[in-house]
Design a binder for this molecule. Structure first.
Ligand SMILES: Cc1cc2nc3c(=O)[nH]c(=O)nc-3n(C[C@H](O)[C@H](O)[C@H](O)COP(=O)(O)OP(=O)(O)OC[C@H]3O[C@@H](n4cnc5c(N)ncnc54)[C@H](O)[C@@H]3O)c2cc1C
Length: 447
């Protein structure tokens, strides 16, 4: 009756997972992708960002090596080499995403798709009918509209800059802003980070926010809170940003990291009867079903948790529900996250403030210490760890870390939280010595 069982719009983390699994379960699947297979994560998100983070770490390693007896010759950094090598790896990943779809029998349509009605997708002059339509169109950077705003870039362009800038202004206090501040700083730029609030990283634990601000300040990243960019002008050599308090800064590059909005404009969703919220996100139920019973939506276009593993879990659940007789809803509890800033952040569970509101009485354990490596390297940087415990049940309900390998460490602790581990069980676990992670099982004093 229909051309396809499933037509997916968007070949990013969520769309590819749902399409590939649906095809594996025997469905006839097509997927339209207008830009790049793998979506944001593979092309202008997690993966290229982490490669740039790796590149930026070397300056610290070179500095730290002196205390361990090394003499490093003259250093130089070539941005074009980094970007070319990054592009090669991304091209390889694009190929893997294509193969994973076609090997499972899904058809790829490389063009923009829109929805004509509940069962019809339009691509150019072609019309395809489908029993189910999956909207997986992701998000897009949102930028303030100010005079000269077009002179600023977003994270999309940062991955393809022709020249490395020596002075950078980052606007925005979310994780993407902090990560790019760390990348540009580590690669040798003078970086200013401007945020309209009192402190960046809204939603993160207060102690974590303060610890990161202190360490970034120590690294001489110029932090400017409580101000917004009012206008940007082009100068003969660079640009000038003027803030709402009248102050100004000159730089070679200004990057807006001021949030992302669901990519749902002009898709035909409203016409097909799909409800969108005030930010344009597709409104879905726990099964990712929209207000039209055969149109589903997953990932950033639904604005639930803008993370790749979450989009993948949602895509997987849709395929299980529709084509495997196994109705599934993703579990959003205890989703761990990392920020690859300088220093790193890893977090899972509730912040102290959230836990107090939810449980009333909570116990808090904190540790701030100079990591062993820094004693010999001389680096003046501390790591911070925090456990939040529900006093009534003794369950650990929040783990937070600022410091080297925070993301790697917190991933393991996320399993413990998911299993409902108590503080007594943390304490009974023998540590691995000497590591920073062992601090999580040796914190005995309540703060
Ligand atoms: C700089 C940056 C760093 C990030 N770092 C991390 C990280 O470290 N960890 C993490 O978990 N998450 C990270 N994220 C978030 C992560 O990338 C997203 O949560 C994830 O990619 C969402 O997947 P998705 O499938 O919803 O959408 P996307 O991956 O955005 O894919 C949507 C796809 O749909 C296509 N599309 C849109 N409209 C149409 C149309 N009409 N027709 C055809 N195709 C269309 C787009 O071209 C795109 O390829 C980062 C994001 C950014 C921007």
């Amino acid at each position: 009756m229909y051309d396809y069982d499933l037509f997916t719009i968007g070949g990013g983390s969520g769309g590819v997972r749902a399409s590939r699994m649906a095809a594996q379960f025997g469905a006839k699947v097509a997927l339209a992708e207008e830009r790049y297979l793998g979506g944001t994560c593979v092309n202008v998100g997690c993966i290229p960002k982490k490669l740039l983070v790796y590149a930026s770490e070397f300056s610290d390693l070179f500095d730290d090596s002196a205390g361990f007896g090394w003499t490093i010759g003259e250093r130089s950094f070539n941005w074009q080499t980094l970007i070319a090598n990054k592009d090669l790896e991304i091209a390889r990943l694009n190929g893997i995403y294509e193969k994973v779809l076609t090997d499972n029998g899904a058809r790829i349509v490389r063009a923009r798709a829109t929805i004509a009605d509940a069962h019809t997708v339009v691509v150019g002059s072609e019309r395809y009918t489908a029993r189910y339509i999956l909207v997986a169109t992701g998000g897009w950077p949102s930028t303030p509209s100010i005079p000269g705003g077009e002179l600023a870039i977003t994270s999309n362009e940062a991955f393809f800059l022709p020249q490395f800038p020596s002075r950078v202004i980052i606007v925005g206090g979310g994780y993407i802003g902090l990560e790019f501040a760390g990348i540009f700083h580590g690669l040798g730029a003078k970086v200013s980070l401007v945020h309209r609030g009192e402190l960046f990283l809204r939603g993160f634990d207060e102690d974590v926010r303060r610890a990161v601000a202190a360490e970034m300040g120590r690294r001489e990243i110029d932090l400017r809170f409580n101000r917004q960019v009012a206008r940007i002008e082009k100068l003969p050599h660079g640009i000038r940003a003027t803030f709402d308090d009248g102050s100004a800064l000159e730089a070679d590059l200004i990057m807006f990291a001021t949030g992302r909005t669901p990519n749902t404009h002009n898709l035909g969703l409203e016409k097909a009867g799909v409800k969108l919220d005030y930010e344009g996100a597709v409104v879905v139920d726990a099964y990712s079903c929209s207000s039209v019973p055969n149109i589903y939506a997953v990932g950033d276009c639904t604005n639930r948790m803008q993370l790749t593993p979450v989009a993948i879990a949602e895509g997987q659940a849709v395929a299980e529900t529709l084509f495997h007789g196994n109705p599934q809803t993703p579990d959003y509890k205890n989703v761990p996250t990392a920020v690859f800033s300088e220093p790193r952040i890893g977090t899972v569970g509730f912040t102290e403030a959230e836990a107090r509101e939810r449980y009333g009485a909570v116990d808090v354990y904190k540790a701030s210490f100079r990591p062993l490596k820094n004693t010999v390297s001389g680096r003046d940087e501390h790591s911070f760890m925090k456990l939040v415990v529900d006093r009534e049940t003794d369950r650990v309900v929040g783990c937070h870390m600022v410091g080297t390998d925070a993301g790697e460490i917190i991933q393991g602790l996320a399993i413990a939280l998911r299993c409902g581990a108590t503080k007594a069980q943390f304490d009974a676990t023998i540590g691995i010595h000497p590591t920073a992670a062992e601090e999580f099982v040796t914190m005995r004093n309540k703060s």
